[in-house]
Design a protein around this ligand. Structure first.
Ligand code: SAH
Length: 397
């Protein structure tokens, strides 16, 4: 077993941790210099030397690691991970029973008690994502724990350490049988083609499940839909299945075209009846204004940060302007689905951007729906940034 390192936490931060805050923030440490190897078990004390919790050292964004337990006699071993993952699985038991959805998250980082680790299920395959070298150091214990608990065909992994945005591995296979990719999974009876061994993304963002369903079931019928930052066209496919008269998908990445054709095709939709554009969304907005194109529904789902030849987008600074561009090409009584996965602000501030964008364009609006993460993406109320997803359906009046 690894030796525990004693770490002193500044008083204010110690109080937060005692109350359930799971992140060991960089500013919280009084003696960070003793951290030497990611994966070290940290014995956290307040400034008077009283025990407050145990965690591990793993650098991830603003943190030096995560708190794992507040019990001094609990050891961090395979049994510990088995317990945590077991509870995670139990919480998702209704997902396992529902045959209409075969891809979902079974373990969501600090929301399930182990920051830096997520596990997704894709029809008999599991994908384990490691968000730091530190959590990766527990790979053997965590995999053994998972293997004890579930039946699986194969396990894949995603190493998502801080590496300046570069993805590290070219083979993510871990154990079991290799899958044949692309493979088909289902979400509310819609087919998704996914690839578990093709870089960090698998072809579907599982956290938007409820939003896609809402669009299909209650918003798409008879509507024209513009889907920006469309990736594999997931929102377009759900809109088309919900009776949209036409969808237009716009994404800069070349791969988005064949991927979107594939998603339409496996769901029996004629992709030629829809527009799929490989281009910069910001150029598309200009083009739409010039051609006087308008839409009944506009989906905005940008990454937190994006950079193209001509444009730079940051969800922190530029979301209001993005909304203004969408408002300009949305029909009256049309709906803008504004989404962001930026964890730096919450729903309140996001709605502030919506308010400003409409005010500055001289339009009134009404919020029709709002979504945060779905239930399989468990969060803890003590850690707000973990509840990163914000989606608002806004009717332009
Ligand atoms: N809405 C998608 C996920 C979006 S992922 C879904 O539901 O599946 C973000 C996407 O934005 C990526 O596919 C990336 O290629 C695209 N992107 C980033 N900057 C862009 C830009 N300026 N114009 C168009 N697409 C962009």
């Amino acid at each position: 077993m690894k030796k525990e390192i004693k770490l002193k936490i500044k008083q204010d931060y110690a109080k937060k941790i005692k109350e359930g805050f799971p992140l060991i923030e960089k500013e919280a440490l009084t003696n960070a210099e003793i951290l030497s190897e990611e994966g070290q078990i940290l014995h956290l004390m307040d400034e008077r030397g009283r025990f407050i919790g145990k965690g591990y050292y793993g650098e991830q964004n603003k943190g030096y690691g995560w708190v794992l337990t507040r019990h001094q006699d609990e050891t961090i071993d395979q049994a510990f991970f088995e317990k945590k993952i077991g509870v995670g699985l139990q919480k998702r038991s209704s997902f396992f029973k529902d045959n209409s959805t075969t891809a979902f998250r079974i373990f969501n980082g600090e929301g399930d008690g182990v920051g830096g680790l997520t596990i997704d299920y894709y029809e008999a395959f599991y994908v384990v994502s490691w968000y730091s070298e530190g959590i990766f150091a527990f790979k053997n214990q965590i995999l053994k724990a998972l293997q004890q608990l579930v039946e699986y065909k194969g396990i894949y992994e995603k190493k998502r350490f801080n590496t300046g945005g570069k993805y590290i591995d070219d083979d993510d296979f871990v154990t079991g049988e290799r899958g044949e990719f692309p493979m088909i999974v289902k979400e509310n009876d819609v087919q998704f083609s996914v690839h578990l061994n093709e870089g960090p993304m698998t072809g579907v963002f599982l956290d938007q499940r409820d939003v896609r369903k809402k669009i299909r079931d209650q918003y798409a019928e008879g509507k024209t839909v513009l889907n920006t930052f469309s990736y594999t066209g997931a929102f377009s496919v759900f809109a088309a299945l919900g009776g949209a008269t036409k969808t237009t998908s716009v994404d800069l990445a070349n791969r988005s075209y064949p991927k979107t054709v594939e998603q339409f095709s496996i769901n029996g939709i004629d992709y030629e009846a829809h527009d799929i554009k490989v281009m910069d969304v910001f150029e598309y907005f200009k083009y739409a204004v010039k051609k006087q194109l308008t839409f009944d529904m506009v989906v905005l789902d940008p990454p937190s940060f994006a950079r193209s030849k001509k444009h730079r987008f940051s969800a922190a600074k530029d979301y209001k302007d993005l909304l203004k561009q969408a408002i300009a090409i949305t029909e009256d009584n049309g709906v803008i689905v504004a989404s962001t996965n930026y964890s730096g602000y919450g729903m309140g501030k996001f709605k502030g951007f919506i308010e400003k964008a409409f005010k500055e364009t001289g339009h009134r609006y009404k919020i029709e729906e709002q979504f945060t993460l779905p239930s399989d993406f468990a969060t803890t109320k003590e850690y707000k940034p973990g509840d990163y997803l914000k989606v608002v359906f806004i009717k332009k009046l």
